[in-house]
Structure formats: structure tokens, C-alpha cells
Design a protein around this ligand. Structure first.
Ligand code: SF4
Ligand code: SF4
Length: 160
């Protein structure tokens, strides 16, 4: 599926998500990097040994979710926009998802935007909780959105 459409299957998405037990312990990175490419800034950005050392630059990243604290450093350093952080303990009804966002303008904190799935289809409205713009440091801005819990694995982006 990914090769033809660029969109991962639900099985591929499940394979990179942490266990429910790990999700319940707090923010954690999810790496959706499914193709072997010569790239490793996710590994070099992480100072918690959560991402296994690459033996070959073309390796797929392997994350130990138990070592990850969801700091998000890897999100801003990944050129493939392949990493998000999910905080499943955000509230009873919603999870907080931190995603890389490279479009202009950046959304306003507190605004309501359109939550989109991996195919760019509208799923539900989501609230922008935080915007971190480190473009001055040549890093990708990170936007935190509050997403209804049932769409945790579905919403992956947003539009305005
Ligand atoms: S979120 Fe932080 S701790 Fe987790 S893998 Fe990324 S850089 Fe490492
Ligand atoms: S930095 Fe991003 S694109 Fe590169 S290997 Fe890591 S997850 Fe994949």
C-alpha cells in the first residue's frame, strides 16, 4: 500500500504504535518511517538512547518506547516529517498529538482547525494547544493538537 499511495496501512500504523500500557505512562514518540533511506537525524537527536544506533545509514529507526520521554527533539530534526509524539494522558476525552508542521502561516494557539487523516481527508475538528516555532534554528515547527481519543491513530495532520 505504502509503495503505491504513500499512505501506510492500518497494520503498518499498529506496528509502530507503543503498547496501551506504555501509552498510559505519558508522552511517547511514534516513528512512521517505513522505507529504507540514507538518513539518521532521529538517532543523533535523541539523548535518551531511545532510538537504537544505526548499523547502516539505510536502516529503519528502531525505538525503545520505554526510554522515550516524548521530548520531541527528534520531531524537529526529522527531514521526513515522520515522527509524532502522543500524550494519551492529556484528558479523559482527548489525546495530545505533537506533529511537525511546515506550512505557512502557522496556526494560532487556541484555534480550531481541521484534523486530517494520512490521506488528507477531514476527520474532525481539533484544537491547537501549542505552537513551537524554532525556524530561526532551522528546525521544523511543532504544533500540538488535542484530538478526540477515538481518532488517536487516525488524525495525523491538520488544515485550516
Ligand atoms: S521524543 Fe525525545 S526521547 Fe523520545 S525518541 Fe524522540 S528525542 Fe528520543
Ligand atoms: S530522521 Fe526521520 S526520515 Fe530519517 S530515518 Fe529518522 S525517522 Fe526516518
Amino acid at each position: 500500500m505504502l509503495e503505491g499511495t504513500g499512505v501506510p496501512t492500518s497494520g503498518q500504523i499498529d506496528s509502530v504504535f507503543p503498547s496501551d500500557e506504555r501509552l498510559s505512562k505519558g508522552p511517547v514518540a511514534i516513528i512512521e518511517c517505513y522505507q529504507n533511506i540514507p538518513c539518521n537525524p532521529c538517532y543523533t537527536a535523541c539523548n535518551r538512547n531511545a532510538i537504537k544506533k544505526f548499523e547502516d545509514i539505510n536502516d529503519l529507526p528502531e525505538i525503545n518506547h520505554d526510554n522515550c520521554n516524548g521530548c520531541g527533539l527528534c520531531i524537529a530534526n526529522c527531514p521526513g516529517l515522520a515522527i509524532m509524539v502522543v500524550d494519551a494522558g492529556y484528558s479523559e476525552e482527548e489525546v495530545l498529538i505533537k506533529i511537525p508542521y511546515e506550512f505557512i502561516p502557522l496556526p494560532e494557539q487556541g484555534s480550531i482547525v481541521k484534523g486530517l487523516n494520512r490521506e488528507g481527508q477531514y476527520i474532525c475538528d481539533v484544537k491547537v494547544v501549542k505552537v513551537i516555532n524554532s525556524k530561526a534554528l532551522d528546525r521544523t515547527p511543532i504544533v500540538s493538537i488535542a484530538v478526540p481519543r477515538e481518532y488517536m491513530k487516525v488524525v495525523r495532520n491538520f488544515g485550516m
